[in-house]
Ligand binder design. Structure first.
Ligand SMILES: C[S@@+](CC[C@H](N)C(=O)[O-])C[C@H]1O[C@@H](n2cnc3c(N)ncnc32)[C@H](O)[C@@H]1O
Length: 266
């Protein structure tokens, strides 16, 4: 079967873009125009078998990122599997907020902690964008840290990986910035499409107390540490006011809200 025929068949089962991305992944090509310019190229038996397998997985609603083990974040490709959350575009704002903090506060050699690093997408991106930074990536999941290590090696970023429950085990006592995209989904939310989250690790998604338990715990830790000046949190916008109020009680002031992201100073 040639490329055009396979795509024709695949598009009856999954969205066009997904079909194209499956084939590009298998053919190790990046550019979608390749599929048009080579539409009469025959797939080998192995390629076709693999493409059909991926197609059937996608038709069962498995996220494409877990099928092709790849997701782009801030312009770079990260390896992902079912041990880590698939990086989301809304999380990219954290990178820009950190860049602004460093520029505005003239911090040249920052120590940055990424709490709940998962695939390592935030920590690794920060290290690659800000080579002078010392970046420590924390997770309490051994398997997530293995994925972060794999990404750190592939993308040649020198981050420090640290197994810890939030900030309980931190080798530094002069942290400048803490960033965190912790689990913030509550299982009782009836407005959320839980079907779409079915394949992602429970430990990366859910937190009790309306999704805020871990975020509150981290705020407690940060507010008790005089060295930590800047805290950046991701959460659903519906939770923002509660987080702002909680931070206010703990002496942290809101500086900026950007889509899913909140930035506080202590
Ligand atoms: C929502 S995922 C975020 C992953 C990644 N930072 C991103 O933005 O794509 C949350 C991560 O926090 C980790 N986590 C959950 N509870 C934790 C805790 N108490 N201490 C450290 N990490 C935790 C999970 O294992 C998971 O990898």
């Amino acid at each position: 079967m040639n490329i055009a025929n396979w795509l024709e068949k695949a598009k009856t089962k999954v969205p066009n873009l997904d079909a194209e991305l499956i084939l590009l992944n298998i053919l190790r090509e990046k550019d979608r125009t390749y599929l048009i310019s080579h539409d009469t190229r025959d797939l080998t038996e192995v390629e076709e078998e693999k493409a059909n397998y991926f197609l059937n997985e996608r038709a069962k609603n498995k996220p494409l990122a877990y099928i092709i083990n790849s997701k782009e974040f801030y312009g770079r490709n990260f390896y992902v599997d079912e041990n880590v959350l698939i990086p989301r575009p809304e999380t990219e704002d954290i990178i820009d907020v950190v860049k602004n903090i460093l520029a505005q506060n003239k911090i040249d050699y920052p120590i940055i902690y990424d709490v709940g690093t998962g695939s390592g997408c935030i920590a690794i991106t920060l290290k690659l964008e800000l080579p002078n930074a010392k970046v420590v990536a924390i997770d309490n999941s051994e398997k997530a840290l293995e994925v972060a290590k794999k990404n750190s090696d592939t993308l040649h970023s020198e981050i420090i990986l640290n197994k810890s429950d939030l900030l309980n085990n931190t080798p530094d006592n002069n942290i400048d910035i803490v960033v965190a995209n912790l689990p913030y989904v509550d299982k009782t939310w009836d407005w959320l499409d839980f079907e779409s989250l079915h394949y992602e690790p429970l430990s990366a998604l859910y937190s009790s107390n309306d999704g805020l338990a871990l975020i509150y715990e981290l705020i407690n830790q940060v507010s008790a540490r005089p060295d930590i000046k800047h805290l950046i949190l991701e959460s659903d916008p519906s939770q923002h006011q509660k987080i702002i109020d909680y931070c206010h009680k703990k002496g942290l002031e809101l500086v900026e809200t950007r889509n899913f992201i909140l930035y506080f100073v202590d």
